[in-house]
Design a protein around this ligand. Structure first.
Ligand code: G4P
Length: 526
């Protein structure tokens, strides 16, 4: 096996996603502890955006600044190279999370055992489903009184629209939580409520053995046997292929805070989660083991230092090997670029790397060459697909508040949009510019950054909009008719594509009904 294939096969690049507070940070930290990437609990906390900070976005940006180092957390475990891609916890940055999901090969979803599926979980799962991303589910906080596990599984299947297959099973919960039966490894894992103690794990191939009673008592032993029988009857064996296609999600139960069930999750994860997979470019499918380097930019992290408009562009390597100081083609600009100080992220430290392989993420210091979605290659003209923008949910007119600085404002808006901070639509009727975001915070971020990085001042004006959707049709007459009738509500996005600005759900529904040949898209990729 070639060196390249060996390197690629051992890579596991994934993201942990959850609704805020389900335990993503805690789980991440425990995984890092296993990889020896950190040595004390609490080390990942700086990355967490505090709940109290909802109105204090400066603080949030500061914390996001700190989080450059934790954007990607790489470590070695059991012969595997693991890359965890961090996603912002704050829902106003959901768009960041969506984009990060384009750069992972699989995800782990954390669910709070008492709360079940929550809004953010549902939304993020939609993105995974669109991309057929393999998912594993960790039901957390089993040390608290939670819901009935069968009921939780039903809810997962229904709400996340994915089949599930438990690979571990809890024995009671809350104060009486005894541990789990690890179906995947055929072990009984006994729980001790302590962050320090390592799980007591007993080989247990046959749960009908009378030894079970010795460990968990008669009542629980008999309940466990019944549960396992029911599971085997209801859920078919885990089909790895279905998992890899994103059709079935293996489920583990545990308590991240108590480091219980985490190693079991990780051990199964490294074995079954995919190494980098082939990626669709517009021109062709690119396989990770191809020798020529290719990659795409999925995230741009601005530096908060206003004196240097520098940022870090994060590239996901799709194929081959990336090397320092080698010329690569920036396809959109049709220019050769080389990078003298690319950074990789190991053990929570940023360090300059000489080489990295398909599956890895490399940070490229940049001064404005990159946009989200840009492709870098060894020479081929390739364009990677799969970086959609989503219909924003909040809209405001952006106006120039300092007539002397209109050029700066224009440049600032353009660059911030390239970074993916928000989306810009230009109303075709009155020429006014509309900024669309997924959360209130972005408006504040934009205003602040325009002022501090570009010396431009903007003002927001309210606009009543429900949704912006991209429209297209093969029926040109109908499309033109629609555009004429809805002239006041027609806009173009940054790429000049037609966007319909619906001011209510009713208007949108009527439009869909009346113009049957028009397709209304809620993501920019169709
Ligand atoms: P998030 O990143 O998904 O937002 O969640 P995070 O890990 O920060 O966890 C949210 C809260 O849930 C934290 O408590 C954390 O300690 C707690 N938690 C995580 N896993 C478990 C678990 O297995 N059992 C129990 N009982 N609690 C868990 P907090 O009080 O909000 O924060 P902190 O003061 O502990 O930092």
């Amino acid at each position: 096996m070639s060196e390249l294939i060996k390197e690629i096969n051992k890579r596991r690049t994934f993201a942990i996603i959850s609704h805020p507070d389900a335990g993503k940070t805690t789980l991440t930290e425990k995984l890092l502890l296993f990889g020896g990437a950190i040595h004390v609990a609490g080390a990942v906390k700086s990355n967490k955006i505090k709940k109290t900070a909802t109105s204090d976005w400066m603080e949030i940006e500061k914390q996001r600044g700190i989080s450059v180092a934790t954007s990607v957390m790489g470590f070695e475990y059991d012969g595997y190279k693991i890359n965890i891609l961090d996603t912002p916890g704050h829902q106003d940055f959901a768009e960041d999370t969506y984009r990060t999901l384009t750069a992972v090969d699989s995800v782990i979803i954390v669910v709070d055992s008492a709360k079940g599926v929550e809004t953010q979980t549902r939304k993020l799962m939609e993105v995974c489903r669109m991309r057929h991303t393999p998912v594993m589910i960790f039901i957390n906080k089993m040390d608290r009184d939670g819901r009935d596990p069968f009921e939780l599984l039903d809810e997962l299947e229904e709400e996340l629209q994915i089949k599930v297959r438990p690979l571990s099973w809890p024995i009671d919960s809350g104060q009486r939580f005894k541990g789990v039966y690890n179906i995947y490894q055929e072990k009984l894992d006994l729980y001790t409520p302590s962050k320090q103690t390592v799980t007591q794990s007993i080989e247990f191939k046959d749960i009908n053995s009378s030894d079970l009673e010795k460990h968990i008592g008669e009542t629980l032993a008999s309940k466990l046997r019944d549960d396992i029988e029911l599971i085997d009857g209801v859920y078919s064996e885990l089909d790895l292929n279905q998992y890899l296609k994103g059709q079935v999600a293996p489920v583990f139960f545990g308590s991240a805070l108590n480091n219980f069930g985490v190693k079991e999750l990780l051990d199964c994860f490294v074995k079954i989660a995919p190494s980098p997979r082939p990626i669709e470019a517009i021109e062709r499918e690119v396989k990770p083991e191809e020798n020529a380097f290719t990659g795409f930019i999925f995230k741009i992290h601005a530096n908060m230092d206003p004196n240097h408009r520098s940022c870090i562009a994060f590239v996901k390597i799709c194929s081959g090997k990336f090397e320092r100081n080698i010329n690569y083609k920036h396809v959109r600009l049709n220019r050769q670029l080389k990078f003298s100080s690319p950074t990789a992220f190991m053990a929570q430290k940023k360090e300059t790397v000489d080489e990295a392989y398909a599956g890895d993420i490399v940070g490229l210091p940049d001064t404005g060459n990159f946009k989200i979605g840009d492709t870098l290659t060894s020479g081929e003209d390739l364009h990677f697909k799969g970086l959609p923008s989503f219909s924003p949910e909040m809209f405001k007119y952006i106006e120039n508040a300092d007539p002397m600085k209109s050029k700066q404002l224009q440049k600032g808006i353009d660059q911030l949009m390239d970074e993916g901070v928000a989306q810009l639509f230009t109303n075709q009727f009155n020429g006014r510019k509309i900024i669309g975001t997924v959360g209130q915070l972005q408006f504040e971020v934009i205003q602040y950054r325009l002022l501090h990085e570009y010396g431009a001042q903007c003002r927001w004006e309210a606009i009543n909009l429900y949704k912006a959707c991209w429209i297209e049709s093969d029926n040109k007459d109908q499309l033109n008719d629609f555009k004429k009738r809805k002239a006041q509500y027609m806009a173009v996005d940054k790429e000049g594509r037609d966007v319909f600005l619906a001011d209510s759900n009713y208007v949108l529904m009527m439009a869909q009904q009346d113009f049957k040949d028009i397709r209304f898209h809620f993501t920019s990729e169709f």
